[in-house]
Write a protein that binds this ligand. Structure first.
Ligand SMILES: Nc1ncnc2c1ncn2[C@@H]1O[C@H](COP(=O)(O)OP(=O)(O)O)[C@@H](O)[C@H]1O
Ligand SMILES: [Mg+2]
Length: 579
C-alpha cells in the first residue's frame, strides 16, 4: 500500500469530526488575520502617531496592538484545544478499532505475527499518528493560513516591496523541499532503528533466564550495542539535517529583509513609501519564513504517520479467518456429540493431521495419547475451532452440525478448554476462576475450588483464594496454574471439556488432587483428554493413539493393553507413564 493510501484511510476517521474541524479552521484563520492586522497598527503608529506627533493616536495604536495580539492569543488557544480534541479523539478511536480487531483474529495469525510487532502498532505507530493529529494538524492549519494571509498582506501593504520579498521565496521553497526529502528518509531510518532496539530488548527480556544460564550475556550485550549504535547514528544524521536547515531558512529570511531594506530605503528616498510601511513590512516577513520552517518539520511527521498508518491498516485489513459466518446457526444447549470426519490439517505446507476420524458420543470420554509432536494439541484446537480443517478436507461437527456453520460465541460458551500451557491473568485466584463466568457467586467459586482441590493449594498461599496472581501466573507452579485453569473451565459448567495434558508437569500432590477431581469433572459432559498417565487415560471410554498425524491404534484400555502395539509400547517405555 502506498503512503498516500495510508493517509487516505486516516481521512475516514477525520471526517467524523469535520464539523468541529471547520470551526477550528475558521478560528485559525481569524488568529492569523489578527496577527497580520497588528502590523498595520504598527505602521499607523509610526506614520501617523510618531511622525505627526499625535500622542493620542500613538496611544490608541499601541493599546490596540496589544489588545489585538491578546485576542490572537485567546483565539489561538481555542484552535489548539479544538485540534487536540479532534486529534486525540481520532487516536482513541483508532486504537480502539485496532485492539477490537485483534480480538477477532485467529490463533494462526498470532502464531505467525510477533507480539512485539503488534505492540509497536499499538504504541509507537499510534504515537506517530498522535503527533501529526494534534501537533501536526495545528501546525498545518496555523502556518498554512498564516503564510497565505502574510503574502496577501505584503502585497497589499506595498506591492513593489512584496514582489522583492517574494523573489526570495522560490530558492527558500527549493531549500525546504530538499530538506523535506532528505529528512523524510532520515526519520524513516530513525524509526526503523528504534524499532529494532525495542524488538531486540523485548526478545532478550523474555529469554533472560536462558541467556544467563548459558553465559550469553556478553554476546547479547554486543548485539544490543550494535543496534543501539545504529540508532544513535541515525538520530545524529537526522539532527545534522536540522542543524543545517533551521539556520538556513533564517538566512533566507535575512536575505529577504536586506533586499526589502535596500529597495525600501530607495523608495523612501524618492518619497513613495513610508518608514511605518517599511517597519510593518519587515515584521510581516517573519510571518512568511517561520511557517516555512514549521511546515517542513510537519512534512517529516506526515511521512512517518503515513508509514505508521500503512502498518496499522495492514492489521485492520486482516480478515479474521475464524469467524461466525453471517446467518450462522445459534446452537441451543448442546448434547455434546463430537465428530471429526476425515480431517486433514496443515499449519504450513505439510499436513500435521491426515484423514483423522474421531467420534465422541454425548457424555463420552475420549483419550488421546501419543509421542510429542504427533498432533494431539492440534486435534484439541480443531475441536474448539481455533482452526478449521484444510478446505475440502474433512469436517468437525458438534451434534452433527459443521462447526463452520455454527455461531462461534454460543458454541464456545458451552465449551471448557484447558490448554497445554495455561495462561492466568493478573488478579486474584478467585478472579481467574471467575474468568469465564464473571457473575459467579462466592459460594459457586468456593464450591468449584473445593471440588478440585484448589482450596488446598490456596491455603498454602498468602491470602487463600484472594491470593494475587501475577500476569501469566508467573508466581505459581505449573501444577497450580493448571489446577486453576481446570477450575476456570469447570466453573462455567461446559457441555464439552477439552483437557490438554492437564496432568503433565504436575507435582505429585497436585496430581493426586486432579486425579481425584477428574471423575467428578468429567461426569455428565463430553470430554477429550490428552494425557500421558495410565491412571488418567484408564477412565476413558476409548483411547486413540496418534502418531505423526495419523491414528495408529484405537480401543478400550484393556483391549489396547492386551495386544502388542503402539499403546503397549508407549506404556512400557515409560514404566507406566505415557508421554
Ligand atoms: N502454531 C503452529 N505453527 C506451526 N506448526 C505447529 C504449530 N503448532 C504445532 N505445530 C506442529 O504441528 C505438529 C503437531 O503439534 P502438536 O499438535 O502440538 O503435537 P502434540 O500435542 O501431539 O505434541 C508438530 O510437528 C508441531 O511442530
Ligand atoms: Mg501437545
Amino acid at each position: 500500500m502506498s503512503r498516500r493510501r495510508g493517509l487516505l484511510r486516516l481521512t475516514t476517521y477525520v471526517t467524523a469530526s469535520r464539523g468541529r474541524l471547520v470551526l477550528v479552521f475558521g478560528a485559525a484563520a481569524l488568529a492569523s488575520a489578527i496577527q497580520v492586522g497588528g502590523w498595520f497598527l504598527v505602521r499607523d503608529a509610526v506614520d501617523h502617531g510618531m511622525k505627526a506627533r499625535d500622542e493620542t493616536r500613538l496611544l490608541v495604536d499601541v493599546i490596540a496592538y496589544v489588545a489585538v495580539n491578546a485576542a490572537a492569543w485567546v483565539v489561538g488557544a481555542f484552535t489548539v484545544r479544538g485540534l487536540a480534541a479532534v486529534g486525540q479523539g481520532i487516536v482513541l478511536e483508532l486504537r480502539r478499532h485496532l485492539f477490537g480487531h485483534l480480538t477477532t483474529l485467529s490463533l494462526r495469525y498470532f502464531s505467525q505475527t510477533k507480539a512485539g510487532w503488534l505492540i509497536a502498532r499499538l504504541t509507537s505507530d499510534i504515537d506517530a499518528l498522535s503527533d501529526v493529529l494534534s501537533e501536526g494538524l495545528r501546525n498545518l492549519v496555523g502556518n498554512a493560513i498564516t503564510f497565505v494571509v502574510a503574502v496577501v498582506a505584503l502585497l497589499a501593504i506595498d506591492w513593489r516591496l512584496g514582489l522583492v520579498a517574494l523573489c526570495v521565496m522560490p530558492p527558500s521553497i527549493a531549500f525546504a523541499r530538499w530538506f523535506q526529502v532528505r529528512s523524510s528518509v532520515a526519520f524513516g531510518d530513525v524509526r526503523t532503528r528504534i524499532a529494532a532496539v525495542t524488538a531486540g530488548m523485548a526478545e532478550s527480556l523474555a529469554g533472560m533466564a536462558v541467556i544467563q544460564a548459558f553465559n550469553r550475556e556478553r554476546h547479547f550485550q554486543a548485539t544490543f550495542d550494535e543496534l543501539n549504535m545504529a540508532n544513535r547514528k541515525a538520530n545524529f544524521h537526522a539532527q545534522t539535517l536540522w542543524s543545517v536547515f533551521f539556520p538556513g531558512i533564517e538566512l533566507f529570511g535575512v536575505a529577504a529583509t536586506a533586499a526589502v531594506l535596500w529597495v525600501g530605503a530607495n523608495l523612501h528616498g524618492s518619497g513613495s513609501t513610508s518608514i511605518g510601511t517599511l517597519i510593518a513590512f519587515i515584521g510581516l516577513l517573519n510571518l512568511l519564513f517561520q511557517p516555512l520552517q514549521e511546515l517542513s518539520e510537519l512534512y517529516g511527521q506526515v511521512q512517518s504517520a503515513a508509514a505508521a498508518m500503512i502498518k496499522i491498516v495492514s492489521v485492520l485489513d486482516t480478515e479474521p479467518d475464524i469467524a461466525s459466518r453471517p446467518g450462522a446457526r445459534v446452537l441451543p444447549r448442546i448434547e455434546g456429540r463430537i465428530d471429526l470426519d476425515a480431517v486433514t490439517f496443515s499449519y504450513g505446507a505439510e499436513p500435521v493431521l491426515r484423514a483423522i476420524d474421531l467420534h465422541v458420543p454425548a457424555g463420552g470420554c475420549l483419550a488421546l495419547v501419543g509421542e510429542s509432536g504427533g498432533g494431539k494439541s492440534t486435534t484439541a484446537k480443531l475441536m474448539a475451532r481455533f482452526y478449521d480443517p484444510d478446505p475440502g478436507h474433512g469436517t468437525v461437527r458438534v451434534d452433527g452440525v459443521d462447526l463452520r456453520e455454527v455461531e462461534l460465541r454460543g458454541f464456545r460458551r458451552q465449551l471448557g478448554v484447558v490448554l497445554q500451557d495455561p495462561f492466568l491473568f493478573s488478579g486474584t485466584i478467585a478472579d481467574n476462576l471467575r474468568f469465564a463466568k464473571p457473575d459467579a457467586s462466592d459460594t459457586e467459586v468456593e464450591e468449584v475450588a473445593r471440588a478440585i482441590g484448589i482450596d488446598v493449594v490456596a491455603a498454602r498461599l498468602d491470602g487463600g483464594l484472594a491470593h494475587v496472581v501475577r500476569e501469566g501466573g508467573s508466581g505459581l507452579s505449573a501444577g497450580e496454574r493448571q489446577l486453576i485453569s481446570i477450575g476456570r473451565a469447570l466453573l462455567a459448567d461446559p457441555r464439552v471439556l477439552i483437557l490438554d495434558e492437564a496432568t503433565s508437569n504436575i507435582d505429585r500432590p497436585t496430581e493426586v488432587l486432579i486425579e481425584r477431581a477428574l471423575d467428578r469433572l468429567l461426569h455428565g459432559r463430553t470430554s477429550l483428554i490428552i494425557a500421558h498417565r495410565l491412571s488418567t487415560v484408564r477412565r476413558a471410554d476409548e483411547i486413540v493413539v496418534i502418531d505423526h498425524g495419523r491414528i495408529a491404534q484405537r480401543g478400550t484400555y484393556t483391549a489396547l493393553l492386551a495386544v502388542d502395539g503402539p499403546f503397549r509400547r508407549l506404556a512400557h517405555d515409560l514404566g507406566g507413564t505415557l508421554r
